[in-house]
Design a protein around this ligand. Sequence first.
Ligand SMILES: NC(=O)C1=CN([C@@H]2O[C@H](COP(=O)(O)OP(=O)(O)OC[C@H]3O[C@@H](n4cnc5c(N)ncnc54)[C@H](OP(=O)(O)O)[C@@H]3O)[C@@H](O)[C@H]2O)C=CC1
Ligand SMILES: N[C@@H](CC=O)C(=O)O
Length: 409
Amino acid sequence: MTIHVGLIGLGTVGQGLLTLLDRNKDYIQNKLGEAIQVDQILVRNLEKKRDNLPKNVLLTDSFNDFTKNSNLDIIIEVAGGIHPAKEWLQWALENGRSVVTANKDLIASHGSELIALAKQEKVGLAYEAAVAGGIPIIANLTDYYATDQIHSLAGIVNGTTNYMLSQMSQKGWDYEQALTKAQELGFAEADPKNDVEGIDAAYKAIILARLVFGLDLSLADFPIEGITAVHPTDLATVEQLNGKIKLIFAINQTQNGVSVSVRPHFLHQDNLLASVENENNAILINSQSLNNSLLFGPGAGALPTAQAVLADVLTTAERRFYPALPRQGEWQFQHETTQSHLFLLTTEQGEALFNQLLINQALIDHTVWVPEQKQLAIFTKAISQQDFEAVRDQLQSTNTGVKEYPIYK
Ligand SMILES: NC(=O)C1=CN([C@@H]2O[C@H](COP(=O)(O)OP(=O)(O)OC[C@H]3O[C@@H](n4cnc5c(N)ncnc54)[C@H](OP(=O)(O)O)[C@@H]3O)[C@@H](O)[C@H]2O)C=CC1
Ligand SMILES: N[C@@H](CC=O)C(=O)O
């Protein structure tokens, strides 16, 4: 017996998957009692050179041709984007095929209806690789944490930007150089704007907020800021302050509801997340029974991501469809939380300005002049959004080059 697979997409992740299927074929045969065979692959450009194609595979650029094979058991989608991926997956589910996908754009934007469709058709829809690449976060949340109450999730879920920030601060690379290398290494999205503007991390936060708190959010619902404004000078300054800047997603449950955000944050170097470098991701989970736990590992790249896809393929082949369904609850969405902030002021005036600042001293914890970068760092106390805006407006009215980073504790 054979499990027949149709693969959509043969880029970084698709090629990684073919490597892992080949490398693990004996294990798969032993575990499932049958082989997994990739019958056909849908790509966009038939002219591209492809290595190590499976024997007798149909390589096509026509979805119409792709649908003609009625033997397919599982469709694996590793192409990306929202359309036509949504239509491909709908076709698969409506025709009784289980789906495995790495597509966070699609699962964030249309996950609810696709999950409902999969449920209705009694087939699988697995998307482990859509969040944090090789880290098994979806399986852990749906399985291991099923009986725990999760209070918050936070961390680093974009490998490209974490890689860029690491290289910019460790090797002094500029932004373009770091992005180009991240693309060459296969970490970045087809349109890297999604990575650097925080959209990719926001899609992942939407998927997690749905899974854990049953919220159906869209990108317009919460603050999203990427790393495009993070200057190498800021990275050098925060190093002098014994800290790091990291792109952090945060989902917090408070008495007033659940807040979600994606923003560059200042982290003190002894924070666990500060040591997460390069394409690694990490997710801190705070829950009733475990208190704090951390999942860490590579969040992007061919083999880590393909490993997550392959794990989903195996559970799907065994018809162990993960109940990766939103939890039911009474959670409300809330806009902002109270946070401390770090402001970085680029100034030639140094300590003179330090004493002249018109800002409300009651809200300021302390300030540090960093002579090497000619930057003044102003640390606030924990302040509300309203107080924060007042401080920021006052700073901006008398200074140019004001950068702000919430402090992640
Ligand atoms: N790269 C990574 O580290 C990770 C990626 N992901 C997700 O996995 C998915 C794939 O990523 P990745 O492998 O990096 O992407 P790539 O850009 O490397 O590969 C995309 C593949 O999909 C094919 N494709 C794209 N659009 C179409 C279309 N309209 N019709 C037919 N084929 C199409 C491309 O064809 P062709 O080869 O002809 O151009 C290519 O083979 C994305 O959803 C991404 O977000 C998730 C986690 C990590
Ligand atoms: N572009 C993404 C790939 C994995 O999801 C990232 O850099 O994290």
